[in-house]
Design a protein around this ligand. Structure first.
Ligand SMILES: NC(=O)c1ccc[n+]([C@@H]2O[C@H](COP(=O)([O-])OP(=O)(O)OC[C@H]3O[C@@H](n4cnc5c(N)ncnc54)[C@H](O)[C@@H]3O)[C@@H](O)[C@H]2O)c1
Length: 255
């Protein structure tokens, strides 16, 4: 009998995090499901006895440390995979956004992600073949007008992933990120969905597609996982000709 693997997921109460929790639990993993939404976690934990609900706010350092201490005690001090995934969006022109909202997006999406990864490292380092996985975003390929603060945090997550993929190699921990385009979760309003294309890289994808990518990420060796995979082409274009990508986005916004 093989030893049970473990994954710790933030933002697990809904959307992408929930889909990842369900998939890994179905495939036999022990799941530390962390979120600030205690009711959502309780509903998730009711679906499988191997899902451990852990209420935390990623912006609260003490709560983050306590959650890892609690889960680590159940795994014997190991962790095969972290998915730092909790996030909030913030739409609207940057200059019109309340400063408090800008701060909050950074505190949850970037500082919160850093706090979670920092707290997970002792467990990851103690586990051969472990993966430090984060949910970045398609907005970390080329910043999205109307989501500037959000895009900045996701570029931060991507940069952190790349740096850690090098820095942690010596301790045997891999680092990777998921870059989802448009995913059908609570983050998407009905109006958003109605305005989106039905095909191409910006089509709406189910959260389960991101969960499958997380599974492949653990079993694979890539730094970036695009969902859908067509987004990799935008990534190549953004590197080769950022001005052309900028001009196309400006033209699209003016239609
Ligand atoms: N939905 C998309 O189109 C899309 C695209 C790219 C990236 N993402 C990213 O995917 C991740 C998951 O988002 P989702 O689409 O599943 O949205 P979601 O709103 O369904 O899920 C986000 C979860 O994070 C939790 N959360 C928020 N702030 C928290 C905090 N401070 N502490 C703990 N938990 C907190 C929420 O309670 C919620 O359960 C986010 O990082 C988001 O930026 C989403």
């Amino acid at each position: 009998m093989t030893e049970q693997r473990s994954i710790f997921i933030t933002g697990a109460a809904s959307g992408i995090g929930r889909a990842v929790a369900v998939l890994f639990a179905e495939r036999g993993w022990l799941v530390g499901a962390a979120d600030r939404d205690a009711a959502g976690l309780a509903a998730l934990a009711a679906t499988a006895s191997t899902i451990v609900p852990l209420t935390l706010d990623v912006a609260n350092r003490d709560g983050v440390l306590a959650a890892f201490a609690e889960f680590g005690a159940q795994t014997g001090g190991t962790l095969d995979c972290l998915l730092s995934n909790a996030g909030i969006d913030a739409k609207g022109p940057f200059g019109d956004m309340a400063w408090q909202r800008v701060r909050q997006v950074v505190e949850v999406n970037l500082l919160g992600a850093m706090s979670v990864i920092h707290a997970a490292l002792p467990l990851l380092r103690a586990t051969p073949g472990s993966l430090c996985l984060s949910t970045a975003s398609g907005s970390a390929i080329f910043g999205v007008g109307g989501m500037a603060a959000y895009s900045a945090t996701k570029h931060g997550v991507r940069g952190l992933t790349e740096a850690l993929s090098v820095e942690l190699a010596g301790s045997g921990v891999r680092a990777a990120d998921l870059l989802p385009g448009i995913i059908d979760t609570g983050m998407l309003t009905a109006a958003d969905k109605a305005a989106l294309p039905t095909e191409g890289m910006w089509r709406v994808m189910p959260a389960e597609a991101v969960a499958e990518a997380a599974w492949e990420a653990y079993h694979g060796d890539k730094v970036h996982w695009f969902i859908p995979p067509e987004l990799a082409e935008l990534d190549r274009q953004s590197t080769a000709a950022p001005e052309a990508v900028r001009d196309a986005l400006i033209a699209r916004a003016m239609i």
